[in-house]
Design a protein around this ligand. Sequence first.
Ligand code: AMP
Length: 280
Amino acid sequence: MRIIRTKAELKAHVRELKRSGKTIGLVPTMGFLHEGHLSLIDIARGKADAVIVSVFVNPTQFAPNEDFDSYPRDFDRDAALCAEHGANAVFAPEPEEMYDPSASTWVEEVSLSKPLCGASRPTFFRGVTTVVSKLFHLAQPDIAVFGQKDAQQLLVVSRMVRDLDFPIEIIAAPLVRGQDGLALSSRNRYLTPDEHLRATNLHRSLVEARAKIEAARAVKSEFIEAAKEVITAAGGKVDYVSALDRTTLREPTAGTTQILLAAAAWFGTTRLIDNELIDF
Ligand code: AMP
């Protein structure tokens, strides 16, 4: 497995793969890999001849008050895991390699990126769409795999690919949880054992709301309020709990066929997100 640090090396590697007729699967990550990330690599391997994993803590998707500096990093472990899971290359540039100091261009999706996480993190998604565009241009993948864990990100990236005609198929990978139900996340590393235990209520709040929505075949505000109470009672601070049409991220309508029930909450200083998809 190759470890690639520069854009020039990545382009050369991609040229080589294309010359030998290989299809390319890309798995963009911020590293500190866990079973969720590894499941994406496994899926990519099943869909493409060669898999490139990017490991890049992308500064442009962090606001100044967020955790860019403290974001967990362990490159050697990440590289070993990627090799174990059959990746052909890991692309791990430094921020200075990825961004020119005078870079002044953004790729921005302006509809799906507004609600949910976009409300409390207004510059987050343009950082994501910008870096993902750059990775797409550099790696020229045939497919790219994104996790349902970040449901809104998956939608925003899919919309960008459609709107800007990237010749790439976006594959959605199922959300991977720990045995206690907590969605796996690199940020779980920040949680104390007590916070970790309490944070399992984030998923519980959604499972309970999901059952109510399915039974009533309707979204009622009392279901959402009850979910918020579950989180608050567990010591969490709610950012949002919301049930929206999965394709528009607007309030469900008569035409809604799937609902994204999504939540974000702080446990201690750690902001966690989770979601459930409900056929409607
Ligand atoms: P991140 O390193 O957090 O930026 O995540 C990189 C990719 O892994 C994104 O497509 C995430 O949606 C995906 N991912 C992260 N956690 C999980 C999980 N628990 N289950 C499935 N995919 C995940």
